[in-house]
Design a protein around this ligand. Structure first.
Ligand code: DGL
Length: 274
């Protein structure tokens, strides 16, 4: 057994959106302890400059490193796009971001080599998904659109509201005409709007959720590096595992919103100052 195996997996995000990634980690790695940090005091990251996002990301990751995590998952697309190199350079812990898993799933899914990417302004401007997709297949055509209003719509729980449909129509009009057969939901919040996005794009377009792919990558990483936690022999029983959630602000409605993103009751939540 690897010495680090009994340590928790660390996950961080700009806020509670990263709970969509934890949702899949709980499914794919039920025997693992998880420590989550969400920087609710300083979100959204998606409209900040890369320099500020990097500064925040180093503090977020530092919090998890102090908790002795065995690996760090950067659940935030914006940080994965503009700040992950800084995190990797600073800390001596394996760091997994959402861009490569999302890009590689999109390349596997496309048939016509036309892929759309939606995300925050920072993520789209960075071209991180385009670069990762082109690193696998330079012949793929990529269409990117920033959809910033999707974040508050998802947090408000308006996935099935007509406002969500109007906003999706507006953002995705050009994307729909571009002929993409695959669309990367490149933001933690967008999987909650899966159905309305699918409706606007049409059933022929495959939607890729990088968060789900990242949870699968993490599972492969844990297995291939002999890092499976041996402390919880009953792998199907969440009750024996430790899941701790730390937020930099307990904003109004954090628990209602958090539960929407996690897909289950949000317990063991603590407020911390970095
Ligand atoms: N978590 C961010 C992302 O995935 C979205 C919210 C924000 O802008 O902070 O890009």
């Amino acid at each position: 057994m690897n010495d680090a195996a009994t340590r928790p997996i660390g996950v961080f995000d700009s806020g509670i959106g990263g709970l969509t990634v934890v949702h899949y980690l709980l499914q794919f790695l039920p025997a693992e302890d998880i420590i989550y940090f969400g920087d609710t005091a300083r979100l959204p990251y998606g409209s900040h400059s890369p320099e500020i996002v990097r500064t925040y990301a180093l503090e977020d990751a530092g919090f998890l490193v102090n908790k002795h995590v065995k690996t760090i998952i950067v659940a935030c697309n914006t940080v994965s796009a503009v700040g992950i190199d800084a995190v990797r350079a600073r800390f001596d812990v394996p760091v997994i971001g959402v861009i490569e898993p999302g890009a590689s799933a999109a390349v596997r899914a496309t048939r016509n080599k036309k892929i759309g990417v939606i995300g925050t302004l920072a993520t789209i401007t960075s071209n991180a998904y385009s670069n990762a997709i082109h690193a696998i297949d330079p012949a793929i055509e990529i269409f990117g659109t920033a959809c910033p209003l999707f974040v508050p719509v998802a947090e408000e729980g308006w996935a099935n509201h007509k406002a969500a449909e109007l906003i999706a129509e507006e953002y995705l009009e050009k994307m729909g005409k571009s002929g993409v057969d695959t669309l990367v939901l490149g933001c933690t919040h967008y999987p909650l709007l899966h159905d309305v996005i699918q409706k606007i794009m049409g059933s022929g377009v495959t939607l890729v959720n990088p968060g789900e792919e990242t949870a699968l990558w993490t599972k492969n990483f844990i297995m291939s590096h002999n890092l499976s936690n041996p402390d919880h022999p009953d792998h199907s029983n969440h009750a024996t595992t430790r899941h701790e959630f730390y937020l930099s602000d307990l904003s109004l409605k954090f628990s209602e919103i958090g539960e929407r993103f996690l897909g289950m009751k949000l317990e063991n939540v603590h407020k911390v100052e970095l």
